[in-house]
Design a protein around this ligand. Structure first.
Ligand code: SF4
Length: 421
């Protein structure tokens, strides 16, 4: 099998891992111009400083000795198999990097022989890139649950990010669909990464020359919709992982059925909007101070797919509103639907000099369609019945801000348009 054929199989197999979000575009060159993109294995991810980077996204192999029912690479799956050698991946990464196609590598693998052996193969790629070729690009590798602590320690010296996949929301789900996987084993690997990173960070605070360990932290991935686990269970699980292991991200992948799938799996794909609502709920926990048990209720454990979860919470808690944008503390403003956390910080900064009215909020690109029902501004008071509805009422006409304030709002508004919302 040529490297190109392996690349087609193993880049395609890697697309099911959601830890970096999008695959590359396909564009055929005409043989006269420069450049040819065949869409194999380029994805995008975000570095800790917010830059979007292109990554070569590959599996070392799609052979796997495990039989996770939801996974296309499971041992009982009838698919074309391939395996790269570590040297082939190193060469591919360097070639793609030198041609400026990519800025880093995302490498995962099926489990071959044992977790230790698989992890050693993944480490060999990262170690060769860093130590032999002095590769300075981004490297994200999978931590294989159950591998030895010494391998986790070594992997973090070469990788920017490590991720051990939790796979499914509950241990019961794993028993049902991934019998070889155990929550306790996966969480042991997460603990090892977390503790080793903490130690390394403390060492570096004292001695700048101490080696870094997985500077971009750890993440995980959860398949949703393959079992009947509720959104409440999924969000609670994610919240526990953030708290216990200081994960940077939990990624949610909606289950997609495939031909001749196991009868234990649902026949329908999980709707995309569910994945989207879970990411919104996740965002609320990480950036808006919401606890997992506030986002859904015991009696309604599923997210309302028709409504943003923040708006859903506001509708269930009308006694919390309206909130005065000119007086409320940050944690209260963060609860207003339509107010993003960056806009909350802008409001806190601007209101030291100026009482904000509706026009000011509009200039900041606040989503007034949602927010106006829930906030008080200098010239605006919502009518009480609207707290449960959608139509806002402005009681007084907008007051123009003084001329010297315009620059301030325009500047904030412009940065809001650049995607900071
Ligand atoms: S261990 Fe990973 S690659 Fe192997 S079957 Fe399970 S999910 Fe798929």
């Amino acid at each position: 099998m040529t490297v190109q054929q392996k690349l087609e199989i193993l880049a395609d197999a890697a697309k099911y891992d959601a830890s970096c979000a999008s695959s590359g575009a396909k564009r055929a060159g005409n043989g006269q111009g420069v450049g040819h993109s065949d869409g194999n294995g380029i994805c995008h991810s975000y570095t800790p400083d917010g830059r979007c980077v292109s990554l070569l996204k590959l599996l070392l192999t799609n052979f796997c000795t495990y039989d996770c029912v939801f996974c296309v690479n499971r041992v009982s799956s009838d698919i074309r198999r391939a395996r790269f050698t570590p040297e082939e991946i190193v060469t591919l990464t360097l070639d793609f990097y030198k041609r400026n196609y990519i800025e880093g590598l995302f490498l995962s693998s099926g489990i071959i022989q044992s977790p230790d052996y698989t992890m050693e193969q993944l480490i060999a790629v990262a170690k060769t890139l860093r130590s032999v070729h002095h590769f300075g690009g981004y490297i994200h590798i999978k931590a294989i649950p159950g591998c030895a602590q010494r391998l986790v320690d070594e992997a973090g010296l070469y990788a920017d990010r490590l991720s051990a996949n939790i796979e499914l929301p509950t241990q019961q789900d794993l028993v049902q669909l991934a019998p070889e996987k155990k929550s306790a084993v996966i969480e042991t690997t997460m603990t090892q990464i977390h503790e080793r990173k903490q130690e390394a960070d403390e060492d570096r605070a004292r001695f700048h020359s101490a080696p870094k360990f997985a500077p971009a932290g750890q993440s995980t991935q959860m398949v949703i919709g393959a079992t009947p686990s509720t959104d409440r269970e999924i969000i609670t699980r994610a919240s526990g992982l953030y708290t216990s292991y200081k994960l940077r991200r939990v990624y949610y992948t909606g289950f997609s059925p495939y031909p001749e799938a196991d009868t234990r799996l649902p026949l329908r794909a999980s709707p995309m909007i569910r994945e989207h609502r879970l990411y919104q709920a996740d965002w609320l926990m990480r950036h808006y101070g919401f606890a997992a048990d506030e986002i859904t209720t015991e009696t309604e454990p599923e997210l309302d797919l028709a409504v943003d979860p923040k708006l859903g919470w506001a509708r269930r808690n009308p006694e919390f509103f309206p909130v005065d944008v000119n007086a409320a503390p940050r944690e209260t403003l963060l609860r207003v639907p339509g107010l993003g956390y960056r806009n909350v910080d802008r409001i806190l900064s601007i209101r030291r000099y100026h009482r904000l009215g509706i026009e000011d909020l509009r200039k900041l690109h606040v989503r007034l369609k949602d927010a106006a029902n829930y906030l008080i501004a200098a010239d605006h008071l919502p009518s009480v019945p609207n707290l449960l509805g959608d139509v806002a009422t402005t009681v007084t006409s907008a007051t123009q801000p003084p001329a010297q304030q315009m620059g301030l709002f325009e500047e904030a508004g412009r940065s809001a348009l650049w995607g900071a919302l």
